[in-house]
Design a protein around this ligand. Structure first.
Ligand code: PLP
Length: 380
């Protein structure tokens, strides 16, 4: 049995053309900072990749800072924008939430509604005082529920009060249009492995004139904004993956069709299933849903044994399974959110993969229900 991979929001399988681009780049010997022909060949690869990405994200190539991850990009902007009030939503990734708290200034956490969408009225209120010293950080779409956030509206509000705004757009490429111009933000974070590129390659796009103090100090790479010899092969892979992801936008309906079919089939099996953020605009590939009475970790392990890979909508801390901060923020009870899993599809997902998930889900649920009926408690 070939295992079925439905965890694209964690990392998307690399596309063959991207792997080839990385392979070719690995053959390039020089250090991009060296002036000889070997170095110039490596520099050309980096700069061509920067140009490709700039055209896709509709920014200037000089506005792109290559990093080792989106986590690094988020850290760089939150610490380096020079603002002391950080306004973040309650559903941001820990690479924003934890970093904001670690930076040391004032942190304002904005609530979300029952669909996991940030309350813009709360943003307006938070911007009323100290807007000129504020940086807003709002993700494009949530990694757990897929809920799309009103980033362009938030950017207008932020700029109206003299604040800067950053968007963690990690889950966007290939699923939503991601351009600096349309979002109207000052900073944007990307991560190659979320759009079928290599792990360990990311980017921060910082609009011309937006302040940015380097965190990694050393050589003058990336125009002094991020020291360290560039990950040439990773950058080449990121650019190739970004080009292919832009083409994937045409397949959005195929993905949302598969996702919607998956959800209706689960609800047919058990009508009490709760689909998180169902009433919000969502990424076309993401479904976060619960299996009543069966904890997330149990489901993830059982589905894995059945050959289907998904993620838990909860995290295990100190031996206790806790619903994620994202699901909690939507106000749904822990009893429901503690039983949530995230299923995320992508470029390689076929209808048969959804069939395999449904059969595994059905078998797991029926088995557990039968055990409960016969008085043996197997799932807690
Ligand atoms: N931001 C979001 C929304 C994510 O989903 C992730 C990864 O899960 C990250 C940031 C971190 O990305 P990276 O793996 O490149 O550090």
């Amino acid at each position: 049995m070939t295992p079925v991979y439905l965890d694209y929001n964690a990392t998307a399988p690399i596309k063959p053309a991207v792997a080839s681009a990385i392979g070719r780049a690995l053959e390039v010997t020089g250090n991009p900072s060296s002036v000889h022909s070997f170095g110039r060949a490596a520099r050309k690869l980096v700069e061509d990749s920067r140009e490709t990405l700039a055209q896709i994200v509709r920014c200037k190539s000089s506005e792109i800072v290559f990093t080792a991850s989106a986590t690094e990009a988020n850290n760089l902007v939150l610490a380096g924008a020079g603002r002391h009030r950080l306004i973040v939503s309650a559903v941001e990734h820990p690479a924003v939430l934890k970093t904001a708290r670690a930076v040391g200034g004032e942190v304002v956490v904005l609530p979300v509604d029952a669909n996991g969408v940030v309350e813009l009225a709360a943003l307006e209120a938070a911007l009323k005082e100290g807007g000129a010293d504020a940086l807003v950080s709002l993700m494009l779409a949530n990694n757990e529920t897929g809920a799309v956030q009103p980033v362009a509206e938030a950017a207008q509000l932020a700029h109206g009060r003299g604040a800067l705004i950053h968007c963690d757009a990690v889950q966007g490429p290939g699923r939503l249009p991601v351009t600096l111009a349309e979002l109207g933000v000052d900073y944007l974070s990307l991560s190659a492995h979320k759009f079928a590129g290599p792990k360990g390659a990311g980017a921060l796009i910082a609009r011309d004139g937006a302040p940015l103090k380097a965190s990694v100090i050393g050589g003058g790479q990336e125009r002094g904004r991020r020291a360290g010899t560039e990950n040439v092969a990773g950058i080449a892979g990121l650019a190739c993956a970004a080009e292919l992801a832009a083409d994937d936008l045409a397949n959005r309906d195929r993905l949302s069709g598969l996702r919607d079919a998956l959800e209706s089939r689960v609800i047919e099996i058990e009508p009490r299933v709760h689909v998180f953020s169902a009433r919000a605009e969502r990424l076309p590939n993401t479904s976060c849903l619960n299996m009543p009475g069966v904890q997330s970790e149990t489901q993830v392990m059982a589905l894995d044994l059945a050959g289907v890979a998904v993620s838990a909508g909860s995290a295990c801390s100190s031996g206790k399974v806790e619903p994620s901060h994202v699901l909690r923020a939507t106000g749904v009870s822990d009893a429901i959110s503690g039983c949530a899993i995230r299923v995320s599809l992508g470029w390689g997902t076929k209808p048969e993969d959804v069939d395999a998930f449904i059969e595994a889900w059905r078998a797991l649920y029926a088995g557990l229900t039968n055990r409960f009926r016969s008085g043996i408690s197997g799932a807690r």
